[in-house]
Design a binder for this molecule. Structure first.
Ligand code: HSE
Length: 404
């Protein structure tokens, strides 16, 4: 019997428990033994839960998992960072493998935890941390044996994609759709992590570091969220026969790399424009394999629970090589050199603002109530410097990169 200590029983944790229960026999017959959730660590043991479980396995003291020598695998599905880091480190140091869905944890401690797992000869797997149910981490790791990967791009946040899709397709209001995404269990506890972009940034940091085989840190990624988009922007961008997606991209650029998470304008009918609602997609390019595209449910209880269970099965079947998949390339960040075209809207129409953006304007879309322009090819820093020089609040502008 393979015994698991589960940390967390929220949306993803319940998904793991329910899928495991419903596929119990199939799994046992595949691996020749039963996978058993022996203990579940929660903050509040007495909380009423919809899930049917033996009460005795619900505990609040991590030591009961750590010191249980029959538990060989810790499955971490909380959204906490520092407490989970301590638990995961203790588990790995004690010779237990770890599976996690926690992108914030993986992103913050990626290098350290990957090295520690290899040193202790145990597995550290995190398929569910990126792209919900989409198999992306494992295929990327596999292709990295045979390919150099020089670009990874993706729609990596289900909540943002859901909000943008419904705003563009149904003309709905931002706040109304965000509320719905929360009800559906897509959004993080603090939805700012979704809409302001940190969730996408963390997933991109994980993918980018794997792909380029060198550290792409959180601080190395340009970040803009979708939280400032308005119905005005939606109307303007629809007139361009385009839509907006929050896209993360890491690519080799000149003698280094560039990394960004930004609202991105894509033409109707293009590949990313067809990724709608809470679906995610990741594409990467290898020198042998060419471009690969992965598409599927980017959030939610069962897709994410399924991804966690795929990692558990890989460990149970001894498919994981237990090797640190991260490379040691020292990468030069060339973000300051990338030039793109942008859509920029400022929610005030004043002569001095129009004058300030004139030099970077290729086309002026509106000067009434809002100033909206399409820029010529400029560095993002140039635009940001102009914005900071204007006397406007942080929520009074929206910027989106235009992807050809
Ligand atoms: N809040 C995340 C999303 C959950 O909306 O994509 C999956 O990581």
């Amino acid at each position: 019997m393979i015994n698991i200590g589960l940390l967390g029983l929220g949306t993803v944790g319940s998904g793991v428990v329910e899928i495991l229960e419903s596929r119990k026999e199939k799994i046992s017959s595949l691996i020749g033994e039963e996978i058993n959730i022996k203990k579940i660590l929660v903050k509040n043991v007495n909380k009423k839960r919809d899930i049917h479980l033996n009460k005795d396995i619900i505990i609040s003291n991590f030591e009961e998992i750590l010191n249980d020598h029959t538990i060989s695998l810790v499955v971490e599905v909380t959204s906490d960072i520092e407490q989970s880091y301590e638990y995961v480190k203790l588990a790995l140091n004690n010779g237990k493998s770890v599976v996690t869905a926690n992108k914030a944890l993986v992103s913050k401690y990626f290098e350290e935890l990957s090295a520690l797992a290899e040193e202790k000869n145990v597995s550290f797997l995190y398929e569910a941390s990126v792209g919900g149910g989409i198999p992306i981490i494992k295929p990327l790791k596999e292709e990295l044996i045979l390919n150099s990967v020089d670009k990874v791009q993706g729609i990596l946040n289900g909540t943002c994609n859901y909000i943008l899709t419904r705003m563009f397709n149904e003309g709905l209001d931002y706040d109304e759709v965000l509320k719905k995404a929360q009800e559906l269990g897509y959004a993080e506890m603090d939805p700012a992590a979704d809409v302001e972009g940190p969730d996408t940034l963390r997933k991109l940091r994980i993918l980018g570091s794997l792909a380029l085989q060198g550290k792409v840190g959180e601080e190395d990624i340009i970040l803009e969220g979708i939280e400032k988009i308005t119905s005005f922007d939606v109307r303007q961008i629809k007139l361009m026969k385009s839509t907006v997606k929050l896209i993360g991209e890491v690519k080799e650029y000149e003698d280094g790399y560039s990394a960004l998470v930004m609202p991105t304008i894509v033409k109707d009918g293009s590949y990313f424009a067809s990724v709608n609602m809470a679906f995610n997609s990741v594409t990467f390019e290898g020198d042998n394999i060419g471009e690969l595209k992965f598409y599927g449910s980017g959030a939610g209880k069962f897709p994410t629970g399924d991804a966690v269970l795929r990692d558990i099965l890989d460990i149970a079947l001894d498919f994981d090589r237990k090797q640190n998949p991260l490379g040691h390339r020292i990468l030069k960040n060339n973000n300051s050199e990338i030039k793109d075209k942008y859509y920029l809207r400022i929610s005030e129409s004043k002569e001095n603002i129009l004058k300030s953006v004139e030099d970077i304007s290729e086309k002026i879309l509106s000067t009434k109530d809002n100033i909206a322009i399409l820029t010529n090819e400029v560095e993002i820093k140039e635009i940001m410097d102009i914005i900071s020089s204007l006397d406007i609040e942080k929520d009074e502008y929206f910027i989106a990169r235009i992807l050809d």
